[in-house]
Design a protein around this ligand. Structure first.
Ligand code: GLU
Length: 291
């Protein structure tokens, strides 16, 4: 082990990579090189229904073609369900999770006509059945059957956070990718009682990413601005689980590319299709404004 910074690119193999991924991968790789750091690749394939091995192969091919190199072995989240369940068990022991079997329809009905929404646009969850069973032996969500998800009891989590860190604000270091680091206040409450273990999969994006960033000793998380709100929940989970907090860089997203060599529709065109029509890695860099 060294003290070198550790960066990671963490695509989900449920489709081929496109220009947005190229910007993210190249930005992360180049920041890692500039900082004298390590660059890891992590395949975020917890969603077994949507992930495909062929897409994993495609991701590796596209990244190689772009000129990236990474450390082996590549971590696949589908091999890590035990670690996510273990982290959930630790939160459950602190009384911070509850079992919830509410269906989408029940959640919609409980939310009413104009509900407050989380940053992903989902109605903020209040238990449809008013039941927050916390004892693993409790019958889950009486009357709503199985299977159950495990949700974070946000009010209890924030109370626990206050206890753990006094009344200090929950903050994180937001890095501009250059020489500026700002202290940003996190507002995890805007996620409500987020699902940490899904009904269909023994994991969730939020829990898996936090557990694996710590497992891989990631020091710098570099990802798009669309994931900036998720960071608020991630730093809360790190505090509750006693995990180190990385520095966060949320990079720009690809804007429309009108008038460029690559047409506007190229934004949604996969790297694989662009390559097949003669686009070079240098063209890709220009298309994402990294040239
Ligand atoms: N797997 C996520 C995605 O493809 C990225 C997760 C992250 O960088 O934290 O959008």
């Amino acid at each position: 082990m060294t003290d070198d910074p550790v960066f990671r690119f963490a695509p989900s193999p449920n489709g081929r990579l496109h220009l947005g991924h190229a910007l993210s991968a190249l930005t992360t790789f180049e920041l890692a090189k500039r900082m004298g750091g390590r660059f890891l690749l992590r395949i975020e394939d917890i969603d077994l229904g949507r992930s495909r091995d062929a897409y994993v192969t495609g991701i590796l091919e596209d990244l190689e073609w772009l000129g990236l190199t990474w450390e082996e072995p590549v971590l696949r989240q589908s091999t890590r369900f035990d670690a996510y369940l273990e982290a959930a068990a630790r939160l459950e022991q602190q009384g911070l999770l509850y079992r919830c079997a509410a269906t989408r329809a029940e959640i919609r009905a409980a939310a009413g006509a104009d509900p407050a929404r989380d940053p992903d646009g989902a109605p903020l969850y209040t238990p449809a059945c008013g039941y927050k069973g916390q004892d693993p032996g409790d019958p889950p969500c009486v009357g709503h059957g199985t299977p159950t998800a495990l949700r974070l009891d946000m009010a209890a989590a924030i109370a626990r956070l206050r206890y753990l860190q006094g009344n200090a604000l929950l903050t994180y270091d937001a890095w501009d990718g250059g020489d500026q680091i700002r202290d940003v206040e996190a507002r995890p409450d805007r996620w409500g009682d987020a699902i940490l273990i899904r009904k269909d999969i023994p994991a969730s994006y939020h829990l898996a990413v936090v557990v694996d960033d710590a497992f891989q000793a990631v020091t710098h998380v570099t990802r798009g601005r669309d994931l900036e709100p998720a960071t608020d929940l991630h730093v809360l989970l790190q505090a509750l689980l006693g995990l180190p907090q990385p520095i966060y860089h949320h990079h720009r997203l690809i804007a429309d590319t009108d008038g460029r060599k690559l047409s506007k529709s190229a934004r949604d065109t996969t790297l694989c299709e662009l390559r097949a029509t003669g686009t070079t890695p240098a063209d890709i860099r220009r298309a994402v404004d990294l040239a």
